[in-house]
Ligand binder design. Structure first.
Ligand SMILES: [Zn+2]
Length: 502
């Protein structure tokens, strides 16, 4: 790549423009923390265990959004921070129990956490705590204390700490940074920060309408794991050591909480959580043995099992059977889930999307597409799950239209862009396909990949325009040129930052 020779040398002295000012005793600015977060996100996007599951994603958002809103109402979250941070959730395929806040408003959740908690209230307790580390600017304060560290090293350290908290072999994960494990102690929040995140997080979750019991149940779960010295499957305990003080504080807070008002209808129901916990169990472990184990659980489920238990076990087993291509079992289990779920907005929808997903996994295009129906404003899970079924059935045209309006609303949705690229490909609209693919890469900070794809599109245009479908070829060509220039500029800036900070 000839790019390097055109780079300007790093500015002598001081901090190069666009980089966090660390070690000067001043807290990281909001803009600098966001840039550092983006840099870490770049590493995470390359991790093969990062999973963009729209179904679990919608469930997580149903817990997360009320928390953010409550933090805003309580005055914990400033308008500026809300506006300028990413507020993006990463779901990591890992059976261990963990969640972590990153610089710039990124938050990571292991699938193992969703599988392990008994309710959305417990999940809200953990996410509210992590959210409060961000809103109270604990990350900025902690990073300011990392004297003499370049932002590049800080980013590498944080990625390494994340890798160390994984149950998979860290050497295989992309989240590996130099010297990271040895530095872990330095990256933990202080006891005072933990106390504050406990206190503010509790206020945020109860203000959002989650039950205070969720916080004590979560503490109990962590305490139990602590007693069994189950550190390996609870990396969360390593970053959040339980002290008698934290436990006592939590108990006092729960007791002081007045009797709960009616639970707001927008929060996840117990049945929805049960289904999503089942899904998280399947997503946490990919091997065929684990799938067989899910099926056996469904066979052994006692008749006395509660509705929630049954929904959770049957949901997981249906998905597992579909992955094993056991069509008859999968369909029988889906029918059980659907009859237990009924038609409610949260769980009726979850059951219907499960049915479509199972048919798509089984490769039955007609059955899957026959179940597709759209709400007035489709959720992301609805769009992507039904979209894959339509694609399999060769109905790309209707899908493209929906995806196109979705990405104009949510231009940072890499998975939607990637699905749009597949749909355009199926329609024979190659230029649009290549551009959608490029947008998907750029959202994940892979500007090189984006530029390469747009160059291929420009070549395609130069060679011939006769075989290219689409009505507005000139407009499409000019969009491609503009986007190529923009991504080139972002690529140069990225390379400059990388070079000047190593
Ligand atoms: Zn914490």
């Amino acid at each position: 790549m000839a790019l390097h020779s055109t780079l300007a040398p790093a500015q002598p002295g001081g901090v190069p423009q666009g980089l966090p000012a660390l070690g000067d005793g001043v807290d990281l600015s909001i803009a600098s923390e966001r840039r550092l977060g983006d840099r870490i996100a770049r590493g995470i996007y390359r991790d093969p265990d990062l999973v963009d599951d729209a179904v679990l994603g919608d469930y997580l958002q149903a817990v997360w959004q009320p928390l953010v809103k409550a933090a805003r109402l309580r005055g914990d979250l400033s308008a500026e921070l809300q506006e300028r941070f990413a507020w993006e959730l990463f779901l990591v395929r890992d059976r261990s129990v963990n969640a972590f806040a990153l610089p710039g408003g990124y938050l990571g959740v292991h699938t193992g956490l969703i599988a392990a908690v008994g309710s959305s209230d417990e999940l809200a307790a953990v996410m509210g705590h992590e959210l409060s580390h961000v809103t109270q600017r604990h990350i900025a304060r902690m990073l300011t204390q990392q004297q003499n560290q370049t932002p590049w090293l800080v980013a590498a350290m944080i990625l390494g700490v994340l890798a160390a908290g994984r149950s998979t072999n860290a050497a295989n994960a992309a989240l590996v940074g130099g010297q990271a494990v040895a530095m872990q102690g330095q990256l933990n929040f202080s006891r005072d920060m933990e106390r504050e995140a406990d206190r503010v997080g509790f206020g945020v979750m109860t203000e959002a309408g989650f039950s205070a019991e969720g916080a004590s149940a979560m503490f109990e779960k962590l305490q139990q794991a602590n007693r069994f010295n189950d550190n390996g499957s609870f990396p969360y305990l390593r970053s959040h050591p339980l002290t008698t003080e934290r436990i006592a504080d939590a108990r006092t807070r729960t007791q002081a909480q007045s009797a709960p008002a009616a639970r707001p209808g927008n929060l996840p129901s117990a049945a929805w959580h049960a289904m999503m916990a089942g899904r998280a169990r399947v997503l946490s472990e990919a091997g065929p043995d684990a799938m067989v184990a899910q099926l056996q659980q469904a066979r052994r489920l006692p008749a006395s099992a509660s509705r929630e238990q049954s929904l959770s076990v049957f949901y997981a087993a249906a998905l597992a059977a579909a992955r094993l291509r056991e069509a008859a079992d999968a369909r029988e289990l889906v029918a059980k889930v659907m009859s237990l779920a009924g038609g409610g907005p949260q769980i009726g929808q979850a059951a219907r999307l499960l049915a479509i997903e199972v048919e798509t996994l089984l490769g039955d295009a007609n059955r899957g597409a026959a179940l597709v129906s759209w709400s007035a404003t489709p959720s992301r899970a609805e769009l992507l799950t039904q979209g894959r079924a339509l694609l399999l059935a060769g109905r790309a045209a209707e899908l493209s239209e929906r995806l196109q309006s979705w990405v104009s609303l949510y231009p940072r949705d890499a998975t939607a862009w990637a699905l749009l690229a597949q749909a355009r490909q199926q329609q024979g609209q190659l230029l649009q396909a290549v551009r959608a693919d490029a947008e998907s890469r750029a959202v994940q900070f892979d500007y090189q990949g984006a530029v390469d794809r747009l160059k291929a599109a420009q070549d395609l245009l130069r060679q011939s325009t006769t075989g290219l479908a689409g009505t507005n070829l000139h407009i499409e060509a000019s969009i491609i040129d503009t986007r190529a220039r923009q991504f080139q500029a972002q690529l140069r800036e990225q390379a400059l930052q990388d070079r000047s900070n190593r």
